[in-house]
Design a protein around this ligand. Structure first.
Ligand SMILES: C[S@@+](CC[C@H](N)C(=O)[O-])C[C@H]1O[C@@H](n2cnc3c(N)ncnc32)[C@H](O)[C@@H]1O
Length: 345
């Protein structure tokens, strides 16, 4: 968990009632694995990441568990200790990418809308145990599968565009070490998710992790960034295939199709298991469209209950002078991760 901005190495204890972080610093030394927490020792200060300076309140039980770094035997969801678990429930995450110049970012760059495999790794570690099966119905260049290979999970990805499907396969070969335990258990299937999702075996998947295509309406957005990609010879859209959800012009029709595919994931997903969907809101002319809310509501009528939303802060994005000096036009620098649970009986 060393990659996490506010995971264990960055946490510091403070005494209950301490006003300044420095007052609690000495208490950190008192808490070595195996040592007993004192009565005062029921808060942790987060020192890094988007939530820097936040104070975590601990229950008696958690304070005791924190000194032991063991996975609770009642935990059927994941393999996290109490400390690792708590930090992951903070609802704001800082998006962590490799940076465009990193050698392992070269395949990812060829896709117009990849998500960061390290954010996906965090999700996979929270929502599955090792050996668990993860489905991504819109796998693009395989960020979910790379995360699965690195985290010892089994991945299945569907992708309509054969070029991206091929890049996803190459990515596992190039970017995942040969001795990674589930490197050879990552499967990319080319085709339309409308047909492929229902073909999966009932109750065969432990977690769905995806970011869907955006409606054609979005092709107009963020035009400066898109012009730059075009000038570098990089794709700005997924392709011309009419089966591509990204080519549906009408937003309500797009939403309906997308919700139908994601809703169908309830069939292969085991009961009570989770689906996480990364989406961004957008502007259409002067209207702000709450895509994340529209999709969450649509999925609530299709066997999925919304359990929470993680705000993914994209601090690396550049700020453009949209609207200046006439009107308020936001630079949208966050995405949402919708966390939904399979309510099927
Ligand atoms: C937002 S991208 C996913 C990117 C991916 N998370 C990654 O990191 O590479 C959505 C993907 O869905 C694919 N797609 C669009 N319509 C599809 C369909 N009907 N069936 C399967 N894939 C589709 C697009 O080609 C695109 O690569």
């Amino acid at each position: 968990m060393g990659l996490l901005p506010w995971a264990s190495p960055d946490c510091q204890r403070v005494a209950k009632g301490a006003e300044k972080p420095s007052e609690g610093t000495d208490l950190l030394k008192q808490l070595r694995p195996g040592s007993k927490p004192s009565q005062l020792d029921h808060q942790i200060l987060l020192l890094d990441g988007a939530m820097e300076g936040a104070i975590v309140e601990l229950s008696e039980e958690l304070a005791r568990d924190l000194t032991q770094a063991q996975v609770d035997p009642r935990n059927k969801l994941n393999e996290l200790t109490s400390r690792e678990w708590m930090s992951e429930t903070v609802s704001v995450w800082l998006q962590r990418g490799l940076g465009a110049q990193h050698p392992d970012a070269q395949i990812e760059r060829q896709h117009p809308a990849p998500f960061s495999f390290s954010d996906v790794s965090r999700m996979i570690r929270f929502f599955t145990k090792r050996g668990g099966v993860v489905l991504d119905p819109f796998v693009g260049v395989g960020s979910t599968l790379k995360a699965c290979a690195l985290e010892g999970r089994v991945g299945i990805g569907f992708e309509l565009n054969p070029h991206y499907a091929q890049l996803a396969r190459e990515r596992i070969e190039r970017e995942v070490a040969p001795d990674a335990p589930t490197r050879t258990q990552q499967k990319v299937v080319e085709g339309d998710a409308r047909k492929l999702v229902p073909s999966l075996e009932y109750d065969s998947v432990d977690f769905v992790m995806t970011s869907p295509p955006y409606a054609a309406i979005l092709h107009k957005e963020d035009h400066k960034a898109r012009q730059e990609r075009r000038s570098q010879g990089l794709d700005t859209r997924y392709g011309d295939d009419p089966a591509d959800l990204g080519n549906i012009r009408d937003y309500p029709a797009f939403l309906e199709e997308l919700a139908t595919i994601l809703g169908a994931c309830s069939h292969p997903l085991k009961p009570g298991k989770y689906m996480a969907v990364v989406v961004g809101d957008f502007r259409h002319k002067s209207r702000y469209v709450m895509f994340h809310a529209d999709l969450a509501r649509a999925l609530e009528t299709r066997n999925f209950g919304l359990r929470g939303i993680i705000v993914l802060y994209q601090r690396h994005k550049r700020v453009f002078p949209y609207g200046y000096p006439f009107s308020y036009v936001p630079n949208i620098h966050n995405q949402f991760i919708l966390v939904l649970q399979n309510d099927k009986q």
